[in-house]
Design a protein around this ligand. Structure first.
Ligand code: ADP
Length: 496
């Protein structure tokens, strides 16, 4: 029920693609249809009116000429000494004309008096209207009153031979005809067009319904197949190949799925590694404590020695957990939550080196710092400290007795470069590609011996990435290593 309501809502708000397609087809199909009907009917009306006016006007002009030829006006006004025709014949012609066009014809004489009215109502009356006056000046007029439904025409009764050849207007024919025939035809045409339009509307609605379903169907299929993946029936999306768009979405979805699977696998591997790493110190502690418990005559010296070993295993466990937490926290924030401040990198490096010189001295490793200029950059001070100390600590740890570590700092106008170089063991070529992986160690037992967790370089890489920098390594086994970190001086936050 809830789903039905939400479907209905999305259709009403046109949020549904199908509803949109439906409406678009409907508008494209029906609007032109209505416009064409309206245009055809109104065009017919005006054309039919024009034709009728010109036909009637022609007929009236012919009759007007007959009236002139028969001196009809002067006969009616009683000045027809030379009257040649028969009034009855002319009257009949006028009556017939009125009959043919279902209208009323009035003949108006020079003094605006009505001499003849086919309706016989207005004879003897005076008609002075703008049209009649215009017509006496020789201009025939026509006027259509669509509300009252008639056409009014005026036709001059012109005697072209009188007035020394210039012509004289003897009278005016004022004709009113009904527009019934035109309106009737327009109505029939309108009704037919409307019926046709209704048929088209039904067809367009059916077409819109079928077409919208046809176009949206692949998306519906895609949704249901994604649903099957979500429900766990399938672990890959069966591609919907109906159109290239759904094909692309299927491909993209499957790519995403395989990335999720890889991530899942690597997370499993990571958890296994973590458990293994955490178990190793535990196992050592267990062995140490068991052997103490099993030897009741152990001396105080032996106890002290074993407890020192246990304490160092606890330290190791602690280090692993601290490193792991540092890494996971950086994963969590994914670079969004850096505490960026303006930091003097020279001072920071000096501070880190001061702390590490004590360890270096134990191994007789000489640590030097070279810098030509003062570098101030926008960085996260805590994370950068972690980066520098990890790199320098490694350079000391994986070094020979009496070896050296050279740290140098330089900058251009865009970024600063921190180089950590050592005269140590170096890294074999086959390990270079894995060196930043979590828990990867070139020599596991040696690394453990010297307190390594296998997470240091993974942390370094993460810190560099978070600062949008890069880390490069060149190393040769037996000769030494050189880590070069480049970080922009100004931090630009990721666009969210
Ligand atoms: P660890 O805690 O073991 O030092 P890291 O992630 O810091 O872990 O380093 C990974 C491995 O890379 C180390 O175990 C070591 O074998 C190698 N490594 C790192 N830095 C150096 C270096 N400066 N010289 C030689 N080997 C190094």
């Amino acid at each position: 029920m809830k789903e039905l309501l939400s479907n209905l809502k999305s259709v009403i708000l046109l949020r549904s693609l199908r509803a949109r397609i439906f409406v678009i087809i409907l508008v494209i199909g029906i609007v032109p249809c209505i416009l064409v009907r309206v245009a055809i009917v109104s065009n017919y009306e005006s054309r039919a009116l024009e034709t009728k006016v010109s036909t009637v006007q022609n007929q009236l002009t012919i009759t007007a000429n007959h009236l002139v030829a028969n001196k009809y006006i002067s006969a009616l006004t009683g000045r027809a000494d030379d009257y040649t025709g028969s009034l009855d014949v002319m009257d009949a012609e006028i009556e017939m004309l009125g009959g043919v066009y279902e209208g009323r014809i009035m003949i108006i004489g020079g003094n605006f008096r009505v001499l003849k009215d086919t309706y016989g109502i207005s004879e003897g009356k005076t008609i002075i209207s703008e049209e009649v006056i215009k017509c006496f000046q020789g201009i025939s007029t026509s006027y259509y009153d669509s509300n009252l439904g008639y056409i009014e025409l005026t036709t001059p009764i012109a005697d072209t031979t009188a007035g020394d050849g210039a012509g004289v207007i003897r009278g005016v024919m004022l004709t009113s005809i009904s527009d019934d025939s035109i309106v009737g035809m327009a109505d029939v045409l309108g009704t037919n067009a409307f019926l046709l339009e209704m048929i088209i509307v039904v067809l367009v609605v059916a077409l819109a319904f079928i077409l919208s379903k046809f176009l949206v169907d692949p998306i519906a299929r895609l949704t249901s197949r994604i649903g099957a993946v979500k429900a766990g029936y399938n672990n890959y999306l069966e591609p919907v190949n109906d159109c290239s768009e759904t094909e692309h979405i299927s491909d993209a979805f499957n790519n995403l799925l395989s990335r999720i699977n890889i991530l899942d696998e690597s997370r499993g591997e990571f958890v296994a590694n973590v458990s293994h790493e955490l178990k190793t110190p535990m196992a050592s502690m267990k062995v140490l404590s068991d052997s103490l418990l099993e030897s009741p005559d152990a001396t105080l010296e032996e106890y002290k020695e074993f407890m020192t070993d246990i304490a160092s295993e606890i330290d190791r466990e602690n280090r692993i957990i601290t490193d792991l937490l540092a890494l996971v926290r950086m994963d969590d924030t994914s670079g969004q939550n850096l505490n960026i401040t303006s930091v003097d990198i020279n001072d920071l490096t000096e501070l880190v080196l001061k702390r590490l010189r004590a360890i270096a001295r134990k191994q007789n490793v000489d640590v030097t710092f070279e810098t030509g200029r003062r570098v101030v950059a926008e960085v996260d001070e805590v994370k950068l400290t972690l980066l520098i100390s990890n790199l320098v600590e490694n350079a000391v740890k994986y070094n020979h007795e009496n070896g050296w570590v050279k740290v140098s700092l330089d900058a251009d106008h865009q970024s600063f470069t921190l180089t950590v170089e050592d005269s140590g063991l170096g890294i074999p070529e086959e390990s270079l590609a894995h060196i930043y992986e979590r828990f990867y160690r070139v020599d596991k037992s040696h690394s453990r011996e010297i307190g390594g967790t296998g997470l240091g370089l993974a942390i370094c890489r993460k810190v560099v990435m978070m600062h949008h920098g890069r880390i490069d390594l060149t190393s040769k086994e037996g000769e030494g290593s050189r880590f070069v970190v480049t970080i922009p001086l100004i931090y630009i936050a990721d666009a969210k």
